[in-house]
Design a binder for this molecule. Structure first.
Ligand code: UTP
Length: 291
């Protein structure tokens, strides 16, 4: 089957980050550090490793630092060079986008994730695209987004990346319903937002990566406000499911919800413990805290 390549990713970063206030009062949530680089740095690395050629950030008021992060900091670069700190300088320069690789579009009010994605419609145009929720840092040998793109290539379907949680936790999340469950990639029949305890159709929750067909934009355009008074991406995906196929991909990896205090803490500890240059010192510093 021949499918159009997934070349573009929308990264919505216009939310208020209320769960990690006051840390996000003047710093965008997406620029909070995990170990020694911002959450967004992990996400951009994942998108590039998945073959994404154009990243579209949907930004909002007080998020200008995100655009600055992906630009030269001339004085700092000169200082690092003068001091011979070439390793960090090279790492910083390697992260900068190629000209035209990143675009920034403004969501002038945080009206919801669905509205944020809709703001990118003209930059996406008429092709399948990825949506990356940046506060979900996904640690995986094969990048989570690449797993999703491979699943899209295999099925031609819209893809929702999901992960298993204990059954007594499903009521806190969006949960997918499957036709049958065999292996990791399965056709979906529906989705339920925060199902009452004991009623969830599976233990697979919607995580932070999607591959969507461009027809979603027509539905987002007319989407009524849903849960929390916001324009929800889930509601339009549910409508798209009436005419197009959706598959849920149980990806192979570990998710850290860095939009949440404990998730952010967990990401910092876990990813430091995985780093060859830090793991021994991190273990030595942390283990007395648990004895
Ligand atoms: P979240 O609900 O996790 O982000 O939205 P939030 O609103 O920033 O966080 P809390 O709940 O107040 O702590 C998921 C993603 O969608 C973006 C957010 O920036 C986040 O990356 N988003 C959400 C928007 O870009 N615009 C919106 O109107 C809402």
């Amino acid at each position: 089957m021949l499918h159009r390549k997934v070349r573009k990713a929308v990264v919505p970063v216009a939310g208020l980050g209320t769960r990690v206030l006051p840390g996000t009062k003047v710093t965008p949530k997406e620029l909070l550090n995990v170990v020694d680089r911002p959450i967004l740095s992990y996400v951009v690395e994942e998108a590039r490793a998945a073959g994404i050629e154009h990243i579209i950030f949907v930004t909002g008021r007080f998020k200008g630092a995100i655009e600055d992060y992906f630009d030269h900091q001339v004085e700092l670069e000169a200082q690092l060079k003068a001091k011979g700190k070439t390793d960090i300088l090279e790492a910083m320069l390697a992260e900068l986008p190629r000209p035209g690789e990143m675009s920034f579009v403004r969501q002038m009010q945080p009206l919801g994730l669905g509205h944020a994605v809709w703001c990118a419609r003209d930059l996406i145009g008429d092709e399948p695209f990825a949506v990356i929720l940046p506060d979900m840092v996904m640690d995986a040998e094969t990048p989570a987004l690449k797993q999703a793109i491979d699943a899209h290539r295999q099925t031609g379907s819209n893809i929702i990346v999901v992960e298993a949680v204990p059954e007594d936790q499903t009521h806190q999340y969006g949960v997918v319903a499957l036709e049958t469950r065999e292996g990791r990639l399965n056709r979906m029949t529906g989705m339920v937002e925060k199902p009452a305890k004991g009623t969830a159709p599976s233990n697979l929750i919607v995580s932070g990566r999607y591959i969507l067909q461009p027809e979603i934009f027509d539905l987002l355009e007319t989407q009524d406000r849903g849960a929390g008074g916001e324009i929800q991406l889930t509601d339009s995906m549910f409508r798209l499911m009436q005419t197009q196929s959706f598959h849920a991909l149980e990806y192979d990896g570990v998710t850290y919800d860095c939009g949440d205090k404990i998730g952010l803490l967990r990401a910092n500890v876990a990813l430091a413990l995985k780093r060859d240059d830090l793991k021994d010192a991190a273990r030595e510093a942390l283990s007395p805290l648990f004895s």
